[in-house]
Design a protein around this ligand. Structure first.
Ligand SMILES: Cc1ncc(COP(=O)(O)O)c(C=O)c1O
Length: 469
């Protein structure tokens, strides 16, 4: 087969990229020889690169493209706001009307009890903000030792120094001297990789809750300030909690007076088939982090939401240090706020959470049919349009690949060859799906067809390379 020629302009920008940009989550030594995919345009579910290749974006960018690409209403709202007021800050007593409308709307949409919003630009910043809120809360209550935060293994909460510490992925810690002191990790809801003696999801819940209790007891409950969790773990493997998990966790946290922070950065704004994933999982947060789907990636914007329980303590401070000395230049950006409002209009008007529930159920069923008895598919799990397909060397005994990075690389290449963009797994071989919530059944069929061909190809390659041994 003849190698397709690369347009000269595309080749030039690819070279410049290789020479100039250090990409996050890239293997740097391989950069000089690896492909650069320069995405130039997008519409609906699809993105197109500088070589003219069109991809079905089943990863929703980075799990954030909820309303789909090319929404004119968002572009128009942003352009009008740019012309009227392109920027102003929200420190001290300054505000702007789009932001005020957004905050009001957000607090009404959020699970019951959320009383205040702090705006930031990224999910990482919003989680960092939660740490500071929790510290200040306990300082004001005179509990100077109650500062540690428990997150979970396999979680992803961002990549700043603090949020990267919260993330439970060793590769994010190893060469950056993380985690910082005061961040602990407990067991993850990874049912596929459960210990051999666990026989049922209910038993698994008990095992996880016991693990959390033991950690709290070992550290001293008076030192633990908060527990942070994604309702459904996203980047760390699309891990759905076993039944009753958050109800039981909350019981333990209440017993020790520990706050619960829900990181709804991926799961928020319809992704799992409802506005937020927490209520359906009996997760009752004291604090909640949102980002991504808040603007569907059209603008970098996030928020830390505070319940009245926490906010009231902060607002009662009359000391000489009462100023909340925290915030960012772009916090509460007016253009971001109109974009978020236009995005929420679309989610509401088109009932995209409902569509995510319906098409997500359909997609999950089609995937389970397509891969029924497949020699490499270990588990298919998820909720709404957040689905993970994990591969195993031997699904019958839940044996992962010894050389999972190699198999993961084959899988991502095979999906790419099918013009299908998916998210991968970190210490596992998987295809994670988080397509735009506008997906139709036909789109779901297309995802299954392309992923099916990709996984079949990987199966042949794994066999011939002896990687399932
Ligand atoms: C659950 C969760 N929390 C936080 C973050 C960090 O968000 P950001 O990349 O905007 O800093 C992410 C990003 O993927 C995430 O998935």
């Amino acid at each position: 087969m003849a190698t397709p020629t690369i347009p000269a302009a595309a080749s030039e920008v690819e070279q410049l990229d290789r020479a100039d940009i250090l990409h996050g989550f890239a293997t740097l030594h391989a950069q000089a020889s690896s492909d650069v995919v320069v995405i130039n345009s997008a519409d609906g579910m699809r993105v197109t690169d500088s070589r003219g290749r069109e991809f079905l974006d089943a990863g929703g960018g980075l799990w954030c493209m909820n309303v789909g690409y090319g929404r004119q209403a968002i572009t128009d709202a942003a352009a009008a706001q740019m012309a009227k007021l392109p920027y102003f800050h929200s420190f001290g007593h300054f505000s702007n009307e789009p932001l005020i409308r957004l905050a009001d709307r957000l607090l009404k949409l959020a699970p019951p009890g959320m009383a205040r919003a702090i705006f930031c630009s990224s999910g990482s910043e919003a989680n960092d903000t939660q740490i500071k809120v929790v510290r200040r809360y306990n300082n004001l209550l005179g509990r100077r030792e109650k500062k540690k935060i428990i997150a979970r293994l396999n979680s992803y909460h961002g990549s700043t120094v603090a949020a990267g510490s919260l993330s439970g992925l060793p590769m994010m810690h190893e060469s950056f001297d993380l985690p910082i002191p005061g961040i602990l990790h407990t067991l993850s809801t990874d049912y596929l990789r459960r210990p051999a003696h666990i026989r049922s999801p209910e038993q698994f819940t008990q095992y996880l809750v016991d693990g959390l209790t033991q950690l709290i007891e070992a550290e001293g409950p008076h030192t633990i300030a908060a527990f942070l969790a994604e309702p459904i773990t996203g980047t760390g493997g699309v891990l759905v909690p076993p039944p009753g998990y958050f109800r039981e966790v909350k019981r333990v946290l209440d017993h020790y007076d520990i706050l619960l922070i829900a990181d709804e950065v991926i799961t928020g704004f319809g992704r799992t088939g409802s506005w937020f994933a927490s209520p359906g999982l009996e997760l009752k947060p004291d604090l909640m982090t949102v980002a991504k789907g808040l603007t569907s990636g059209y603008f970098p914007m996030s928020a830390s939401l505070l319940s009245a329980k926490v906010a009231d303590v902060l607002y009662a401070d009359r000391s000489s240090h009462a100023m909340f000395a925290h915030g960012f230049t772009s916090s509460g950006h007016p253009v971001g706020a109109v974009i978020a409002n236009a995005n929420l209009d679309i989610l509401e008007r088109e009932d995209l959470p409902g569509n995510a529930a319906r098409v997500g159920t359909y997609l999950l069923e089609r995937l389970r049919e397509r891969f029924d008895g497949h020699p490499l598919v270990g588990e298919i799990r998820g909720k709404g349009l957040l689905i993970g397909i994990e591969l195993d060397a031997d699904p019958a005994v839940r044996r992962p690949f010894a050389e999972y990075p190699k198999v993961s690389s084959l899988l991502s290449k095979a999906c790419f060859a099918e013009r299908l963009l998916v998210r991968g797994g970190h210490d596992r071989t998987m295809a994670a799906l988080a397509p735009p919530l506008i997906a139709t059944r036909a789109d779901a069929d297309e995802i299954v067809a392309r992923l099916g061909r990709a996984i079949d190809r990987v199966t042949g390659e794994v066999k011939s390379a002896g990687l399932s041994a």
